[in-house]
Design a protein around this ligand. Structure first.
Ligand code: AMP
Ligand code: GLY
Length: 440
């Protein structure tokens, strides 16, 4: 869209109201729908496919987030003005390109730009070419060459599948035998399918992790508040890696000086690099960072909001999210300044017993309304469905108890008070979300 049809929405067409479609079904999409529904610019809100929590604030449409043809068809048939894409898979598969071909404005990167998440090799080569600080690495499409590289490097060492592997394609190896086995697991046994056609072998970086989110419009970038998530399943950051068991914002490790450093060393060079490569980056860019003794280093990029980080971010945002998302899509982010509440926000994820491994769906959850009725508490649904008036678990991560309070420590306390209202024996949660910030 060269000369944007929405470029003047912010200032000129104050009365223009939009029909908006959000794509996805998780807690991230519930929080996006919740924030978008509050916008004076939102006329009608749809979500495909949505969940039991989204139903009620948006009209849920029974189309899967990966069904590109059906999503584009729905958007055309229903005269949707703006589409917000939540998860990475439809972005990597070109949903935004297809919508733009149909002249529908969409929030998110093109397929070419989504390669920042879709191919770890692409991201690593870009970082190397443009001097963006990241782990030293090698890229291999043949197991023997990968093992040869491991032999010559020190441990711990990290082995990654190149493609999308639902957050599971990263194996941290304490010794060389583990690393050889990881190469076989990914490349020979194809544990992550086609994502394992190539592997990346990386130096292990030490430090504290942080998530940094920016909205981009191809040229400009606007930073969101810093956040930190907890990827490990159990207390004390133990146990298997998950999509995220909790998060909070702001993250004290990213103070203003660190945020400036991250912008200067990582974000701005990446946006310039993508433009120079003919793949201008639009949408939200999520940098997973390791704050090391020598400064921030890039672990990975994601081309979407983090889940669960998005939920506390939406609760902390004071500005109209829809205006900002439109500005990202139509190239007017230079006009946007985001305002945030002073309070900290935090989310505790409740997951089905067994997650991230095998788990059952269909168990009944009680007490969500009681938790929601508490001051400063909002329960976002991640994997739920309603059946005969009951709320049932319908996924691995099921609920996100999200709170706002003066400090992270107070938000944490409030969240666990709310969690105690939820009666769901088939679920579990971490009891220490926010411990690093609460301790400070
Ligand atoms: P990713 O899916 O790339 O975010 O990796 C998942 C997790 O693995 C990250 O959140 C880090 O905790 C860890 N990780 C990935 N790459 C590295 C690395 N090079 N050094 C240390 N930890 C890493
Ligand atoms: N919370 C981590 C992610 O969204 O990838």
């Amino acid at each position: 869209m060269a000369d944007s049809m929405y470029g003047g929405v912010v200032e000129m067409k104050k009365d223009f109201k939009m029909k908006v479609l959000v794509v996805g079904s998780g807690g991230r999409e519930h929080s996006l729908c919740w924030a978008i529904a509050k916008s004076p610019k939102c006329d009608e809100l749809f979500c495909a496919p949505g969940n039991a929590g989204i139903d009620g604030i948006a009209i849920c449409v029974d189309i899967g987030a990966d069904d590109i043809d059906a999503l584009v068809g729905f958007a055309i048939d229903n005269a949707i003005d703006f589409v917000v894409v939540g998860p990475e898979a439809p972005l990597v598969d070109g949903l935004v390109d297809r919508l733009e071909e149909a002249d529908i404005l969409a929030f998110g990167p093109s397929a070419a730009a989504a390669a920042l998440e879709g191919s770890k090799g692409f991201m690593k080569d870009l970082s190397a070419k443009y001097n963006i600080p990241s782990a030293e690495y090698g890229r291999f499409d043949e197991p023997e060459a990968a093992k040869e590289f491991i032999l010559r490097h020190k441990t711990p060492i990290v082995v990654k599948a190149d493609g999308l592997a639902a957050g599971k394609g990263v194996i941290i190896c304490q010794n060389k035998n583990e690393a050889y086995a990881a190469v076989d697991h990914i490349m020979t046994e194809r544990a992550f399918g086609g994502a394992g056609e190539e592997v990346i072998i990386e130096e292990f970086m030490e430090g504290e992790e942080a998530s940094f989110f920016v909205l981009c419009d191809g040229v400009n970038a606007v930073a969101l508040r810093s956040a930190q998530d907890h990827k490990a399943a159990f207390d004390g950051d133990e146990g298997p890696n998950t999509g995220g068991m909790g998060a909070y914002t702001p993250a004290p490790i990213v103070d203003d000086a660190m945020a400036t450093r991250i912008m200067d060393k990582i974000i701005t060079p990446t946006i310039k690099a993508m433009a120079a490569e003919g793949k201008p980056y639009k949408g939200v860019l999520y940098a997973g960072l390791m704050i090391t003794s020598t400064g921030p280093k890039l672990i990975e990029f994601n081309v979407r909001f983090g889940d669960p980080e998005c939920q506390p971010l939406m609760l902390a945002l004071k500005s109209d999210i829809l205006t900002a998302l439109i500005a990202s899509a139509d190239g007017t982010l230079d006009k946007i300044k985001l305002k945030w509440h002073d309070e900290a926000t935090l989310i505790v994820v409740m997951a089905a017993n067994g997650y991230p491994g095998r788990y059952e769906i269909g168990s009944e959850i009680r007490g969500v309304e009681e938790a929601n009725a508490m001051d400063g508490v909002f329960v976002f649904h991640a994997g739920t469905k309603a059946e005969n008036g009951a709320l049932l678990a319908n996924g691995g991560r099921v609920l996100g108890i999200t709170t706002k309070a003066k400090t992270v420590a107070q938000a944490q306390k409030l969240a666990y008070k709310a969690v105690a209202k939820i009666d769901w024996p088939e679920g579990f949660y971490r009891t220490d979300i926010g411990w690093r910030a609460a301790k400070r």
